[in-house]
Design a protein around this ligand. Structure first.
Ligand code: ATP
Ligand code: ATP
Ligand code: CA
Length: 219
């Protein structure tokens, strides 16, 4: 049987806490690490293992067997130096997959140079999603795949109600693909071309920003 992946999360701020709790909820083993004793106490009932340690200290990380984890998330926020040093130590130790949270583009660049396998920008990304949400009342969620490609969830525009997916002709008109239709509790993946849109449908669409905007402007 395949061994379940093991995760470690360093830094129990709002972001790290959320990552660790969610992984735990999904049934994974999570080691949470923070240098602050109060944070460790507070979190002790929430995940599998919580330890107090300074993650910039290579010996402390080694003692925790950090090398054996499949994925280590560096979620330290404010203290950029601690964030960068921690990432460097993890790289030196030979952790196979390091995810690091960056405050801004320069910080992100630095993390990439050090060898972080994935750099994330939670504030920037959430900001984008909120902005897309505000601009169009139809848009429920937005995930950027690349600067000009995204996935959106949109409420069905009035004009498409009663039409089939084939009749709507979205692929040709906007170069977008409907990957799923959410209808009440039902999730239709993939949707049939003969499927008629109904009033409360939510479309999950992947495509270029221009095409997505075209769809959003339909009412
Ligand atoms: P968020 O926006 O996610 O809340 P934040 O920017 O507010 O993040 P911080 O409070 O700066 O996050 O840091 C998150 C956690 O990282 C804190 O609980 C802090 O104690 C911990 N931390 C900071 N430095 C270290 C370190 N060297 N080793 C381990 N944990 C650390
Ligand atoms: P993020 O995690 O998104 O970076 P943060 O919690 O670190 O957010 P803060 O530094 O607390 O963010 O505040 C964000 C901005 O809000 C700052 O530029 C700050 O100057 C501004 N700000 C704080 N209080 C006020 C206020 N009363 N009126 C106007 N601006 C404010
Ligand atoms: Ca913050």
């Amino acid at each position: 049987m395949k061994q379940e992946k093991q995760y470690a999360v360093i830094g129990l701020g709002r972001f790290g806490t959320s990552v660790a709790k969610t992984l735990h909820k999904m049934g994974y083993e999570v080691l949470a690490i923070d240098s602050n004793e109060d944070k460790v106490q507070e979190f002790s009932n929430e995940v599998t293992h919580v330890v107090q340690a300074d993650s910039t200290d290579e010996a402390a990380l080694t003692a925790l067997g950090i090398r054996n984890f499949d994925v280590v998330v560096v979620a330290i926020g404010e203290d950029v130096q601690a964030n960068v040093l921690t990432t460097l130590q993890l790289k030196e130790i030979g952790v196979s997959y390091i995810v690091a949270k960056a405050r801004d583009a320069l910080h992100g660049k630095m993390l990439q140079k050090i060898g972080a396998d994935r750099v994330i920008y939670p504030e920037r990304d959430m900001g984008q999603r909120v902005a897309y949400n505000l601009v169009s009342s139809n848009v429920l969620d937005y995930i950027e795949l690349s600067p000009d490609l995204g996935i959106v969830e949109v409420a069905i525009p009035q004009i498409l109600i009663g039409k089939t997916l084939a009749e709507a002709n979205l692929r040709a008109k906007y170069e977008i693909n409907v990957v799923a239709i959410k209808r009440e509790e039902q999730l239709m993946v993939p949707p049939l071309p003969s499927e008629k849109f109904t009033k409360h449908d939510i479309l999950v669409v992947v495509g270029g920003i221009k095409g997505i905007q075209g769809l959003e402007e339909l009412t």
